[in-house]
Design a protein around this ligand. Sequence first.
Ligand code: ADP
Ligand code: ADP
Length: 226
Amino acid sequence: SSYVQIDGVGKVYPSPRGDVVALQDINLDIASGEFVSIVGPSGCGKSTLLKCLAGLEPISSGSAVVAGKHLAGPPDSLGMVFQRDVLLDWRTILDNVLLQAEFLRLRRSDLKGRAAQLLQRFGLGGYEERYPWELSGGMRQRASICRALLCDPELLLMDEPFGALDAMTRDDLNLELTRIWQGSAKTVLFITHSITEAVYLSDRVVMMSRGPGRIVDVIDIDLPRP
Ligand code: ADP
Ligand code: ADP
Protein backbone atom coordinates (compact mmCIF):
# COMPACT_ATOMS: atom_id res chain seq x y z
CA SER A 1 0.00 0.00 0.00
CA SER A 2 1.24 3.51 -0.77
CA TYR A 3 2.36 5.51 2.22
CA VAL A 4 3.14 8.61 0.19
CA GLN A 5 1.16 9.51 -2.93
CA ILE A 6 2.35 12.47 -4.96
CA ASP A 7 0.12 13.30 -7.93
CA GLY A 8 0.93 16.03 -10.39
CA VAL A 9 2.61 18.15 -7.74
CA GLY A 10 3.95 21.53 -8.75
CA LYS A 11 5.68 24.14 -6.64
CA VAL A 12 6.17 27.77 -7.48
CA TYR A 13 8.06 30.20 -5.26
CA PRO A 14 6.70 33.68 -5.84
CA SER A 15 9.44 36.26 -6.27
CA PRO A 16 9.45 39.93 -7.21
CA ARG A 17 11.81 39.18 -10.11
CA GLY A 18 9.52 36.52 -11.52
CA ASP A 19 8.15 33.32 -10.02
CA VAL A 20 10.51 30.36 -9.65
CA VAL A 21 9.05 27.04 -10.78
CA ALA A 22 10.82 24.59 -8.44
CA LEU A 23 8.74 21.48 -9.18
CA GLN A 24 6.66 20.52 -12.18
CA ASP A 25 4.22 17.63 -12.45
CA ILE A 26 5.86 15.34 -9.90
CA ASN A 27 4.27 11.89 -9.70
CA LEU A 28 5.58 9.37 -7.19
CA ASP A 29 4.10 6.67 -4.99
CA ILE A 30 6.16 5.37 -2.10
CA ALA A 31 5.16 2.13 -0.43
CA SER A 32 5.12 1.70 3.31
CA GLY A 33 8.57 0.49 4.38
CA GLU A 34 10.28 1.55 1.18
CA PHE A 35 13.64 3.37 1.09
CA VAL A 36 13.67 5.83 -1.81
CA SER A 37 16.60 8.07 -2.74
CA ILE A 38 16.39 11.23 -4.80
CA VAL A 39 19.40 12.28 -6.86
CA GLY A 40 19.85 15.19 -9.22
CA PRO A 41 21.83 18.37 -9.79
CA SER A 42 21.77 21.33 -7.45
CA GLY A 43 18.61 23.38 -7.88
CA CYS A 44 16.46 20.61 -9.36
CA GLY A 45 13.98 20.79 -6.50
CA LYS A 46 15.05 17.93 -4.21
CA SER A 47 14.89 20.00 -1.02
CA THR A 48 11.67 21.62 -2.12
CA LEU A 49 10.02 18.23 -2.58
CA LEU A 50 11.12 17.20 0.91
CA LYS A 51 10.00 20.47 2.47
CA CYS A 52 6.59 20.08 0.83
CA LEU A 53 6.24 16.54 2.22
CA ALA A 54 7.37 17.81 5.63
CA GLY A 55 4.63 20.43 5.52
CA LEU A 56 7.25 23.21 5.71
CA GLU A 57 6.23 24.56 2.27
CA PRO A 58 2.76 24.46 0.70
CA ILE A 59 2.45 22.79 -2.70
CA SER A 60 1.18 25.01 -5.52
CA SER A 61 -0.70 22.39 -7.55
CA GLY A 62 -1.51 18.70 -7.59
CA SER A 63 -2.04 16.57 -4.53
CA ALA A 64 0.19 15.03 -1.88
CA VAL A 65 -1.19 12.40 0.48
CA VAL A 66 0.79 11.00 3.40
CA ALA A 67 -0.63 8.15 5.48
CA GLY A 68 -3.99 8.59 3.80
CA LYS A 69 -4.27 12.29 4.59
CA HIS A 70 -3.90 15.30 2.33
CA LEU A 71 -1.00 17.38 3.55
CA ALA A 72 -1.89 20.39 5.63
CA GLY A 73 1.18 21.01 7.74
CA PRO A 74 3.62 18.39 8.99
CA PRO A 75 2.48 14.75 8.86
CA ASP A 76 1.59 13.19 12.22
CA SER A 77 4.53 10.86 12.39
CA LEU A 78 7.59 12.53 10.89
CA GLY A 79 11.32 12.60 11.51
CA MET A 80 13.63 14.89 9.57
CA VAL A 81 17.40 15.21 9.19
CA PHE A 82 19.12 18.13 7.48
CA GLN A 83 22.51 18.64 5.89
CA ARG A 84 23.72 20.71 8.79
CA ASP A 85 22.96 19.17 12.14
CA VAL A 86 20.43 21.04 14.24
CA LEU A 87 21.91 20.24 17.64
CA LEU A 88 21.84 22.94 20.30
CA ASP A 89 25.34 23.52 21.62
CA TRP A 90 24.25 24.31 25.16
CA ARG A 91 22.38 21.04 25.59
CA THR A 92 23.88 17.62 26.18
CA ILE A 93 23.58 14.98 23.45
CA LEU A 94 20.87 13.18 25.41
CA ASP A 95 18.93 16.42 25.88
CA ASN A 96 19.33 17.19 22.21
CA VAL A 97 17.81 13.84 21.25
CA LEU A 98 15.01 14.42 23.75
CA LEU A 99 14.16 17.74 22.06
CA GLN A 100 12.05 15.75 19.63
CA ALA A 101 9.82 14.72 22.54
CA GLU A 102 9.41 18.38 23.46
CA PHE A 103 8.57 19.30 19.84
CA LEU A 104 5.85 16.64 19.87
CA ARG A 105 4.70 17.51 23.39
CA LEU A 106 5.49 14.06 24.73
CA ARG A 107 6.94 13.44 28.18
CA ARG A 108 10.72 13.44 28.20
CA SER A 109 10.82 10.97 31.07
CA ASP A 110 8.92 8.39 28.98
CA LEU A 111 11.50 8.60 26.21
CA LYS A 112 14.79 8.75 28.10
CA GLY A 113 15.32 5.00 27.88
CA ARG A 114 14.64 4.95 24.17
CA ALA A 115 16.96 7.93 23.60
CA ALA A 116 19.79 6.13 25.38
CA GLN A 117 19.10 2.96 23.37
CA LEU A 118 19.21 4.86 20.08
CA LEU A 119 22.48 6.56 21.01
CA GLN A 120 23.92 3.16 21.86
CA ARG A 121 22.73 1.72 18.54
CA PHE A 122 24.36 4.57 16.64
CA GLY A 123 27.69 4.20 18.41
CA LEU A 124 27.19 7.08 20.81
CA GLY A 125 26.87 5.09 24.02
CA GLY A 126 28.78 6.93 26.73
CA TYR A 127 28.31 10.30 25.02
CA GLU A 128 24.90 11.06 26.56
CA GLU A 129 26.24 13.79 28.85
CA ARG A 130 28.69 15.28 26.34
CA TYR A 131 27.99 18.46 24.40
CA PRO A 132 27.71 18.70 20.60
CA TRP A 133 30.89 20.75 20.29
CA GLU A 134 32.82 17.83 21.84
CA LEU A 135 31.77 15.50 18.99
CA SER A 136 32.96 15.03 15.40
CA GLY A 137 30.75 15.94 12.43
CA GLY A 138 29.80 12.32 11.85
CA MET A 139 28.87 11.82 15.48
CA ARG A 140 26.77 14.96 15.46
CA GLN A 141 24.86 13.73 12.42
CA ARG A 142 24.34 10.37 14.09
CA ALA A 143 22.90 12.22 17.09
CA SER A 144 20.65 14.18 14.71
CA ILE A 145 19.39 10.91 13.26
CA CYS A 146 18.71 9.64 16.79
CA ARG A 147 16.66 12.76 17.42
CA ALA A 148 14.67 12.23 14.23
CA LEU A 149 14.02 8.59 15.21
CA LEU A 150 13.19 9.21 18.87
CA CYS A 151 9.42 9.14 18.53
CA ASP A 152 9.47 6.22 16.09
CA PRO A 153 8.32 8.16 13.01
CA GLU A 154 6.57 6.35 10.20
CA LEU A 155 8.16 8.72 7.70
CA LEU A 156 11.82 9.70 7.81
CA LEU A 157 12.92 12.55 5.52
CA MET A 158 16.67 13.12 5.10
CA ASP A 159 18.05 16.05 3.12
CA GLU A 160 21.69 15.21 2.29
CA PRO A 161 22.39 14.21 5.87
CA PHE A 162 26.02 13.34 5.06
CA GLY A 163 26.63 16.08 2.50
CA ALA A 164 28.96 17.99 4.78
CA LEU A 165 30.99 14.97 5.91
CA ASP A 166 34.19 13.47 4.54
CA ALA A 167 34.03 10.34 2.39
CA MET A 168 35.19 7.85 5.02
CA THR A 169 32.74 9.06 7.62
CA ARG A 170 30.00 8.87 5.00
CA ASP A 171 30.80 5.24 4.20
CA ASP A 172 30.72 4.33 7.88
CA LEU A 173 27.40 6.05 8.36
CA ASN A 174 25.90 4.43 5.28
CA LEU A 175 26.84 0.99 6.55
CA GLU A 176 25.23 1.71 9.89
CA LEU A 177 22.19 3.22 8.33
CA THR A 178 21.68 0.20 6.11
CA ARG A 179 21.96 -2.13 9.07
CA ILE A 180 19.58 -0.10 11.17
CA TRP A 181 17.06 0.51 8.46
CA GLN A 182 16.91 -3.18 7.54
CA GLY A 183 13.96 -4.88 9.11
CA SER A 184 12.33 -1.69 10.31
CA ALA A 185 9.11 -0.61 8.67
CA LYS A 186 10.13 3.03 8.31
CA THR A 187 9.39 4.70 5.04
CA VAL A 188 12.42 6.74 4.08
CA LEU A 189 13.01 9.48 1.53
CA PHE A 190 16.69 10.30 1.24
CA ILE A 191 18.31 13.09 -0.79
CA THR A 192 21.90 12.69 -1.90
CA HIS A 193 24.31 13.97 -4.53
CA SER A 194 25.91 10.53 -4.70
CA ILE A 195 24.43 7.92 -7.03
CA THR A 196 26.64 5.29 -5.37
CA GLU A 197 25.15 6.14 -2.00
CA ALA A 198 21.65 6.06 -3.47
CA VAL A 199 22.12 2.67 -5.13
CA TYR A 200 23.72 1.26 -2.02
CA LEU A 201 20.98 2.33 0.36
CA SER A 202 17.73 2.27 -1.58
CA ASP A 203 14.97 0.16 -3.01
CA ARG A 204 14.39 2.79 -5.66
CA VAL A 205 16.31 5.77 -6.97
CA VAL A 206 14.43 8.77 -8.32
CA MET A 207 16.43 10.90 -10.76
CA MET A 208 15.43 14.53 -11.02
CA SER A 209 16.56 17.20 -13.43
CA ARG A 210 16.39 20.94 -13.69
CA GLY A 211 14.50 23.19 -15.95
CA PRO A 212 12.26 23.09 -14.04
CA GLY A 213 12.39 20.38 -11.38
CA ARG A 214 10.90 17.16 -12.59
CA ILE A 215 11.43 13.41 -12.37
CA VAL A 216 13.28 12.02 -15.38
CA ASP A 217 13.70 8.41 -14.29
CA VAL A 218 12.90 5.96 -11.50
CA ILE A 219 15.23 2.98 -11.11
CA ASP A 220 14.46 -0.20 -9.18
CA ILE A 221 17.47 -1.43 -7.25
CA ASP A 222 17.64 -5.15 -6.68
CA LEU A 223 20.89 -5.72 -4.82
CA PRO A 224 21.53 -8.02 -1.88
CA ARG A 225 21.84 -5.95 1.28
CA PRO A 226 25.19 -6.03 3.08
P1 ADP B 1 17.89 21.24 -4.68
O1 ADP B 1 17.51 20.79 -3.30
O2 ADP B 1 17.73 20.17 -5.70
O3 ADP B 1 19.23 21.89 -4.72
P2 ADP B 1 15.92 23.33 -4.21
O4 ADP B 1 14.64 22.65 -3.90
O5 ADP B 1 16.70 23.88 -3.09
O6 ADP B 1 16.82 22.36 -5.13
O7 ADP B 1 15.64 24.52 -5.23
C1 ADP B 1 14.86 24.37 -6.42
C2 ADP B 1 14.68 25.72 -7.07
O8 ADP B 1 13.86 26.53 -6.26
C3 ADP B 1 15.97 26.49 -7.27
O9 ADP B 1 15.87 27.22 -8.46
C4 ADP B 1 16.02 27.40 -6.07
O10 ADP B 1 16.75 28.56 -6.35
C5 ADP B 1 14.56 27.71 -5.87
N1 ADP B 1 14.21 28.00 -4.45
C6 ADP B 1 14.41 27.19 -3.40
N2 ADP B 1 13.93 27.74 -2.27
C7 ADP B 1 13.43 28.95 -2.61
C8 ADP B 1 12.80 30.00 -1.89
N3 ADP B 1 12.56 29.90 -0.58
N4 ADP B 1 12.40 31.10 -2.61
C9 ADP B 1 12.61 31.18 -3.94
N5 ADP B 1 13.20 30.22 -4.67
C10 ADP B 1 13.60 29.12 -4.03
P1 ADP C 1 19.81 24.73 3.79
O1 ADP C 1 18.93 24.20 2.67
O2 ADP C 1 20.04 26.22 3.75
O3 ADP C 1 21.06 23.94 4.03
P2 ADP C 1 18.48 23.19 5.84
O4 ADP C 1 18.20 22.13 4.81
O5 ADP C 1 19.44 22.90 6.94
O6 ADP C 1 18.91 24.55 5.13
O7 ADP C 1 17.10 23.62 6.50
C1 ADP C 1 16.00 23.90 5.68
C2 ADP C 1 15.00 24.75 6.44
O8 ADP C 1 14.34 24.00 7.47
C3 ADP C 1 15.67 25.94 7.12
O9 ADP C 1 14.90 27.09 6.82
C4 ADP C 1 15.63 25.63 8.60
O10 ADP C 1 15.39 26.79 9.38
C5 ADP C 1 14.45 24.67 8.72
N1 ADP C 1 14.68 23.70 9.78
C6 ADP C 1 15.87 23.27 10.21
N2 ADP C 1 15.73 22.34 11.17
C7 ADP C 1 14.39 22.16 11.35
C8 ADP C 1 13.59 21.31 12.19
N3 ADP C 1 14.12 20.43 13.05
N4 ADP C 1 12.26 21.40 12.09
C9 ADP C 1 11.70 22.25 11.23
N5 ADP C 1 12.41 23.08 10.41
C10 ADP C 1 13.72 23.04 10.46
